[in-house]
Design a binder for this molecule. Structure first.
Ligand code: TXA
Ligand code: MG
Length: 323
């Protein structure tokens, strides 16, 4: 397949349009998009106060207009540029988890464009923990709206090469190496002293409860993360999950590719193994799925991780990928 060989080429040789920090700043100030590294996944960034720039994000990603973007800011002092309310509880979260893989959804100031909010009354904010992107935010003075730099519903990118494989090599990329966390940020919505978990990330859920001090509450008017489609984070190849190694092996053949997370019998066909702790598996997960997807296998067979707190975000992404 032609598309397979060209994709392999991307994965092998990184044909991206690389830009350096100064070029990235110039492009972003000029209303252009640039793919940027964060500790979680690469984002497709644009000036969060420039609607024309934001619309390019939606169009390049083929993302529905009602799916809001996360605004990346340099530090906690910029929250009130965007949020109408920064309650004591929201401040506790921000102080505990920023910079880091944690996003706060807060009531938006009226001036915040409906384009970045996806028409929600709220705005999502995050201070990413990536040295190069913090430099970018600080030196440009911009706040950067950035969803994951992949086509809508596809796998998130954790390297510059993945960005090109999903969005094409015309997208300028600021290469900050492989992402350290590897899975999208935890998202928590806060209103007053009420909070709600919208998306699980690699931050242990217990830490969120400890910082909150109060149990999560459902808001009277439910807050939705419109992007939490069940079909999400998907390779092109169909995925099937297996809780037992025996069943996985039984379903394997020369046209399948398997991802093994534990010990046991080895399947037929190609297989990849990820071991060690959840953090390590998360860091390599999307890269491994990108590689498996490039094999043009008939089906990807995935061994599900243990049903334990540390693995829940990985289980969540795999379940959505398989839907
Ligand atoms: O780790 C991350 O969060 C990465 C990096 C680039 O920061 N970004 C990311 O963005 O994963 P994205 O757009 O792929 O996922 C953001 C999710 C979407 O499901 C979106 O619907 C939700 O956050 N979201 C954004 N703003 C929201 C809001 N105001 N209310 C509810 N959900 C919101
Ligand atoms: Mg995404």
């Amino acid at each position: 397949m032609a598309s397979l060989s060209s994709k392999m080429q991307f994965l092998g040789h990184t044909l991206n349009m690389h830009v350096n920090l100064q070029q990235a700043i110039a492009k972003l100030k000029n209303g252009e998009v640039v793919a940027i590294p964060t500790e979680t996944v690469y984002g497709l960034a644009a000036d969060a106060s420039n609607d024309a720039a934001l619309l390019q994000i939606y169009s390049i990603k083929e993302r529905p207009a009602n799916n809001p973007l996360i605004v990346h800011i340099a530090d906690i002092s910029q929250v009130t540029d965007w949020a109408a309310e920064f309650s004591p509880l929201a401040q506790k979260f921000a102080k505990a988890f920023w910079p880091g893989p944690f996003t706060l959804v807060l009531p938006a100031k009226p001036h915040v464009s409906p384009v970045v909010r996806g028409n929600q009354p709220t705005v999502a904010l995050r201070v990413p923990n990536h040295a190069l992107t913090l430099q970018l935010l600080n030196q440009s003075g911009l706040a950067l709206a950035a969803p994951s730099a992949n086509k809508f519903t596809q796998l998130s990118p954790t390297t510059a090469a993945h960005v090109a494989a999903s969005l094409g090599d015309a997208i300028p990329v600021l290469d900050g190496g492989a992402c350290r966390v590897g899975i999208e940020s935890t998202i928590v919505a806060v209103q007053g002293e009420n909070w709600q978990l919208l998306r699980l990330g690699m931050l242990p859920e217990a830490n969120i409860h400890t910082v909150a001090g109060l149990p999560a509450l459902r808001f009277k008017q439910a807050i939705k993360a419109p992007g939490q489609h069940l079909l999400h984070y998907s390779p092109r190849t169909p995925i099937q999950l297996f809780t037992s190694r025996e069943a996985l092996v039984k379903n394997s053949n020369s046209r399948t590719a398997a991802l093994l997370l534990g010990a046991g019998a080895v399947p037929d066909g190609t297989y990849f193994e990820l071991h060690n702790n959840a953090a390590d598996v998360a860091q390599k997960l999307y890269d491994t799925l990108h590689k498996m997807d490039a094999l043009n296998a008939e089906k990807l067979l995935i061994e599900t991780p243990p049903n334990e707190p540390a693995w829940l975000a990985i289980l969540d992404r795999l379940t959505r990928a398989a839907h």
